[in-house]
Design a binder for this molecule. Structure first.
Ligand code: PLP
Length: 373
């Protein structure tokens, strides 16, 4: 079935944009990082009490760190500029040079942090390929090295929550609690801590109804981002017990991530945590509707029933899609005002967020109808 052209009915009940549209007036589905801070968030930033966080402490940063620790049920949290640095602080805190970590083949820590594992910490990785991002505990156990002078030490398991997984048709999966319990049990049995890259943990919380601290309890450290679905311009945090956070603070210092009057940024993060978590359900509903539109095109494959959060990946099969491949489709959408990312050679990714609404999904439907008449 070709997607309906500009059918208003298709979008009944779905919200319009709640945030500002991105600056270039396009329907920007590349990432939830493109959101702009709302006027109310900007006001919260402008009026935040500030101090020098390195010298005497910044009261708004302190408030955010306490709030994140409470949200995640951890002893302490520290504020850092990016999700990459949050992960890197955890890696530096858990590993030493020559160690090995286990992560999913497409993990952010492995593929998208500029080789930081090796460059920053002298650490290597072994991987598992899991389309839904959830490790089979038995596979994980097999990868744990027997202590020996010949082998690296297995120092850390890294999970992502939510996760795109490898080669998944639809991204944005929530790893179930039972699976995380299995990972944690293997870790405990072998003395290996678990780090959770929870850049989109809030999406997993809203999609599953499971509280953040229940997920976080199954990891020894958790990184979270405020600059994705929560709509802050900058900011992430990493949380764990007091000893972990002390080590992570040293790594943050060495990476140059300790900021001065960072309360202006922490205020945006606090605002996002207070006001933008529940609304993620709208992004998820919009993503499902987007998947319906995309899945209706022969050669595109995005089963709406599998969309759990705000990420929709679709494979593009040129044989079924009138010889259009993923890169051509991305260009054709781009020419019609719709921005997407080509992540793998055969797939494109849409991410919903505060800066897109039903009118933008409608634009996708119209564009697809033109590209595949
Ligand atoms: C799963 C995951 N972890 C970490 C990050 C890193 O966040 P940042 O871009 O703030 O460094 C991202 C960014 O998109 C991500 O998707």
């Amino acid at each position: 079935m070709p997607p309906p052209r500009h059918s208003r009915d298709l979008f009944n009940g779905l919200p319009g944009r709640t945030g500002q549209r991105c600056l270039n007036q396009r329907s920007d589905f590349r990432s939830d990082t493109v959101t702009l801070p709302t006027e109310a968030m900007r006001r919260a930033m402008a009026s935040a009490p500030l101090g020098d966080d390195v010298l005497d402490g910044d009261p708004t940063v302190a408030r955010l760190e306490a709030r994140v620790a409470e949200w995640l049920g951890k002893e302490r949290a520290i504020f850092v500029p990016t999700g990459t640095m949050a992960n890197q602080c955890a890696l530096g805190a858990w590993t030493r040079s020559g160690d090995e970590i286990v992560c999913e083949e497409s993990a952010h820590v492995l593929l998208w942090e500029g080789g930081a594992l090796g460059a920053n910490h002298g650490v290597q990785a072994v991987t598992l390929r899991e389309p839904r991002g959830a490790f089979d505990p038995q596979d994980l156990q097999r990868l744990v090295r027997t202590p020996s002078i010949h082998s690296p030490r297995t120092a850390l398991f890294c999970v992502e929550q939510s996760t795109m997984g490898s080669g998944s048709t639809v991204g944005g999966h929530v790893i179930p609690l039972e699976n995380l319990e299995g990972v944690r049990a293997v870790g405990r049995a072998n003395g290996v801590p678990v780090h959770m890259d929870g850049a989109r943990l809030a999406n997993a919380v809203v999609a599953s109804g499971v509280a953040a601290d229940r997920f976080a309890a199954l990891a020894d450290s958790v990184a979270v981002c405020f600059s994705k679905g929560l709509g802050a311009p900058v900011g992430s945090a990493v949380a764990g017990d007091g000893d972990f956070v002390e080590r992570a603070r040293v790594v943050r210092k060495r990476l140059g991530g300790w900021m001065r009057q960072a309360g202006m940024l922490a205020a945006a993060a606090l605002y996002g945590l207070d006001r933008h978590v529940e609304r993620l359900a709208q992004d998820h509903a919009l993503a499902r509707r987007l998947a319906e539109v995309v899945d209706g095109v022969p050669g595109l494959d995005a089963p709406p029933g599998e969309v759990e959060t705000n990420i929709v990946c679709t494979r593009v099969d040129p044989q079924a899609a009138r010889d259009v491949d993923a890169a051509e489709l991305a260009r054709a959408l781009d020419a019609r005002g719709v921005s997407v990312l080509t992540l793998e050679p055969h797939s494109i990714r849409f991410v919903t967020h505060m800066g897109v609404g039903s009118e933008d999904v409608e634009r996708v439907a119209g564009a697809l109808a033109e590209i595949f008449p």
